[in-house]
Design a binder for this molecule. Structure first.
Ligand code: AMP
Ligand code: MG
Length: 468
């Protein structure tokens, strides 16, 4: 198997990372390989045994420069001055057929100097969950890291019980996080911070001139991203600054989930006890993260007072940016191609009704103009009244139904399906994984009723775990 590495991060100063190889595993078995993505990455497929060796970390491919990245981060609001890849190894970078650069990273690849007592491993559940959900996000058109491979290690991982170990190969525009900037700002290593900023600009925002421009670009990317999440009912679950990629991709699929019945306050993550990362709080948290990013970048500015003022204005512009993105997306979701400010009330009234009656997020939007939409509501009169207003509003639209079907997925990776898939995989049955993977590659077109169906009472998954 040939991997055409072209590494840039490994050329940065030693302070940015620790060079080390993944820890070999006992009996790697390739569980999933993303052929479409491999093709885009110009990875030539050899025999699958080779893939299992490489993507488990047992074999270091030619021209890889394995390393663990250093970063810091605010976790649930409190600053941790040193995190870093505690269970991940960056193999290197590839420039794809479209000229875009990607990191190729193994996750679950053994301990590193940043493991802080952790075992550096991952178990099968979170690996397959990230594979399915990140690929589904990609198919939904939302910026995200992707999954190239999943390999079973043949070794147990000890969590609450002994569980089968696995390694995920993650592909990302980069793994530069807000926390990568924070670590150098916190240590007052201005030269490293400057080097990182130049590197980030060159890699992601080549039109940006200096840190203030970078801040502006990242804020815009985060505003777009969080609105995109909201539009599909996605709850990231752990929006810590070390899980906030400056590329604007969704990263770190730990305790994430898609909502079934709509509620602004929905939380799945078992460790999010204060509901900090609840569905409806995500815009605030994206803004909070950008305030931390601004704070780190301010270390580079000479005229501090003027810089604080400008950076503050940039961060304070985010609510308006998010609202505009939100309106464009939710407008389209109800069949309005060019929504105006006044349409906000129509959208909000629907969401209020949905929340009050526990309507299913995905199905309500998808079926909005169909008779069965009514069945989502307990207060049918209230929905009928809303529907009347809605019908009047979309009268002038050329093809609202087409717009609704283009912007509302028919299927999403529902929690209960993911849990069922993991349970089967642990028992050695990968068929549910394959089924989800195939179906979710075309989420706007696949109308498999079984995957559209919300969980039954006994299928409901009340909490998710990051699985570390
Ligand atoms: P996360 O919440 O997954 O973003 O992880 C936060 C930090 O904990 C990162 O620095 C991870 O590398 C580290 N970490 C998570 N799980 C493990 C593990 N099993 N072993 C070592 N480090 C870990
Ligand atoms: Mg993380």
């Amino acid at each position: 198997m040939q991997i055409p590495f072209d590494n840039s991060y490994a050329a940065l100063p030693e302070a940015f990372y620790t060079r080390l190889n993944p820890t070999p595993v006992k009996a790697p078995v390739l569980l999933a390989f993303n052929r479409d993505l491999a093709r885009v990455l110009r990875i030539e497929e050899g025999d699958l045994g080779d893939a299992a060796q490489i993507f488990s970390g047992n074999k270091i491919p030619q021209n890889a420069e394995p390393l663990a990245q250093l970063y810091a981060g605010h976790q649930f609001g409190s600053f941790n001055p040193q995190l870093g890849d505690g269970r991940a190894i960056l193999f290197g970078e590839i420039i794809d057929i479209n000229g875009l650069r990607h990191d190729i990273q193994l996750k679950g690849s053994g301990p590193t100097p940043y493991s802080r007592g952790g075992d550096g491993r991952a178990w099968l559940g979170p690996v397959l969950r990230e594979y399915i959900v990140s690929e589904a996000m990609h198919a939904l058109g939302i910026p995200t890291t992707r999954a190239l491979a999943a390999v079973a290690t043949g070794e147990p991982v000890y969590r609450e019980a002994a569980l089968p170990g696995a390694v995920l190969t993650r592909v990302a525009a980069s793994h530069l996080r807000v926390g990568t900037f924070q670590v150098f700002a916190h240590r007052d290593q201005i030269e490293n911070l400057q080097t990182l900023t130049d590197f980030a600009i060159a890699r992601h925002y080549p039109d940006a001139h200096g840190p203030m421009d970078l801040l502006r670009a990242v804020c815009a990317a985060q505003a777009r991203l969080v609105a995109a999440w909201m539009s599909v009912g996605f709850i990231h679950g752990v929006m810590n600054t070390d899980n906030c990629a400056i590329s604007g991709e969704t990263i770190d699929y730990g305790p994430c989930a898609f909502m079934d019945d709509f509620h602004m306050g929905r939380v799945f993550s078992s460790i999010d006890r204060q509901a900090r990362y609840a569905f409806g709080n995500q815009p605030n948290m994206a803004i909070w993260n950008m305030a931390q990013f601004a704070t780190a970048l301010l270390h580079l500015m000479d005229d501090k007072e003027a810089a604080v003022e400008e950076a503050t204005a940039i961060v304070h512009a985010m609510p308006e940016q998010i609202e505009a993105e939100w309106l464009a997306r939710f407008g389209a979701k109800i069949g309005i191609s060019q929504p105006h400010q006044e349409d906000t009330a129509l959208i909000q009234d629907l969401l209020d009704l949905m929340q009050q009656d526990g309507a299913d997020f995905a199905n309500t939007f998808r079926q909005l103009c169909k008779p069965m939409a009514r069945d989502q509501f307990k207060d049918r009169d209230a929905f009928d009244a809303w529907s009347k207003r809605h019908t009047a509003r979309i009268q002038s639209e050329p093809d609202p139904q087409a717009l609704i079907e283009q912007t509302n997925p028919a299927i999403i990776p529902r929690n209960h399906r993911i849990e069922q898939m993991i349970e089967a995989a642990v028992a050695g049955d990968m068929a549910p994984f394959e089924r989800l993977r195939t179906a979710l590659a075309t989420p706007y077109d696949n109308t498999d009723p079984d995957l559209q169906r919300p969980p039954t009472e006994s299928e409901i998954v009340p909490a998710t775990f990051c699985g570390t």
